[in-house]
Design a protein around this ligand. Structure first.
Ligand SMILES: CC/C=C\C/C=C\C/C=C\CCC/C=C/C(=O)SCCNC(=O)CCNC(=O)[C@H](O)C(C)(C)COP(=O)(O)OP(=O)(O)OC[C@H]1O[C@@H](n2cnc3c(N)ncnc32)[C@H](O)[C@@H]1OP(=O)(O)O
Length: 300
């Protein structure tokens, strides 16, 4: 259904080819003071679209930790698609409205004690998020202003560029094995394209969460900046990306990501069956329950 914008639209979409004003650098308008800002929000996602620059700031807003519930996942995809269809939007900065947490990853309660039908609907929504974000034509910049485990890290990895707040308390990584679960092949593929095979293998087996200097060193994030500079740096970086001729950048992005996207599209139903069977196992349910109990005990 949604997703696969890159593949569906194939080459450069008409909306970008027909753009005239500031086609070379759409951020120019923003610096000339002609700010037209549109705000819209669903329950869990806040959006501010600056029509002058063509940049939307999309904030995850699901307190306390931005866990990715079915509701949030659904709203996320609707928002990206809406922005994708909006002629005035060319790029998205993805960030968090929560202090200190970018996203805690998938909402574990959606994967515990529910029916097979629920697990299937949930997993389809997780797939949809990946397809929509990873396959977006827009420039996507992750402004990672907090800790970002598992699917939180996946969301950041789907973006074209990652800027993280240089805070010693923040970590990022795919920690699934620490929960007794397994990152699926498309999480793995996304990380492999960033880190390479060896490092991804090690990272996934250990369920490694990286500190910010470690994440920068291995290339999991592209830039570390002081916490109060995350948004301004993201705004500057996205201007550079938007200055590249859109059709050429999009075709290149499509060329780099197409294979991974097709792999999930072609195995989507089998991947859902796999998830439902896996997550429904007593042993896996027990692992998740133990993990949730530990999270709660940490506070006592
Ligand atoms: C053969 C098989 C082959 C292939 C496999 C097939 C299919 C694949 C199968 C499975 C794949 C699943 C992929 C899963 C991806 C995920 O994203 S899983 C989620 C991983 N996330 C985490 O591990 C993060 C856990 N949370 C934390 O570490 C911390 O909460 C935090 C560092 C994010 C924040 O710390 P604090 O600020 O100290 O906040 P609290 O810990 O007190 O949390 C507040 C509140 O929120 C609850 N919570 C935290 N995280 C989650 C979550 N992810 N989901 C749901 N709820 C969460 C936490 O319990 C607290 O609740 P209360 O106690 O206040 O009720």
């Amino acid at each position: 259904m949604a997703a696969l914008t890159l593949l569906r639209r194939g080459s450069a979409p008409a909306r970008l080819l027909s753009g005239t004003l500031n086609a070379r650098n759409p951020c120019i308008g923003a610096t000339q003071g002609c700010h037209l800002r549109r705000h819209f929000s669903n329950n869990k996602i806040l959006v501010e679209l600056d029509e002058a620059s063509g940049v939307a700031i999309m904030k995850l807003n699901n307190p306390p930790v931005n866990s990715l519930s079915l509701e949030l996942l659904t709203e996320f995809c609707i928002t990206i698609e809406k922005l994708e269809m909006d002629r005035s939007c060319r790029g998205v900065i993805l960030t968090s409205a929560a202090p200190k947490i970018f996203s805690a990853g998938l909402d574990i309660t959606e994967m515990c004690g529910k029916s097979a039908e629920h697990y299937a609907a949930f997993w389809r929504a997780v797939q949809e998020l990946w397809l929509t974000l990873y396959g977006s034509n827009m420039v996507t910049i992750a402004a990672i202003n907090g800790t970002s485990p598992a699917a939180g890290c996946l969301m950041a990895m789907c973006c074209d560029f990652r800027i993280m707040a240089d805070n010693p308390k923040y970590t990022i990584g795919l920690n699934e094995t620490q929960l007794g679960i397994v990152a699926p092949f498309w999480f793995k593929d996304t990380m492999t394209n960033i880190l390479g095979h060896r490092l991804t293998e090690q990272s996934l087996q250990l369920g490694q969460m990286y500190t910010t200097p470690e994440a920068l060193k291995i290339g999991l994030v592209d830039q570390l900046v002081p916490e109060d500079k995350v948004q301004s740096t993201a705004a500057a970086v996205i201007c550079n990306w938007l200055a590249v001729p859109a059709h050429a950048r999009q075709i290149t992005k499509s060329m780099m990501r197409k294979q991974n996207i097709e792999r999930l599209v072609n195995h989507r139903e089998a991947d859902i069956d796999n998830f439902v069977n896996f997550i429904g196992k007593d042993s896996i349910q027990k692992s998740l329950q133990v993990y949730m109990d530990r999270l709660k005990q940490r506070k006592q």
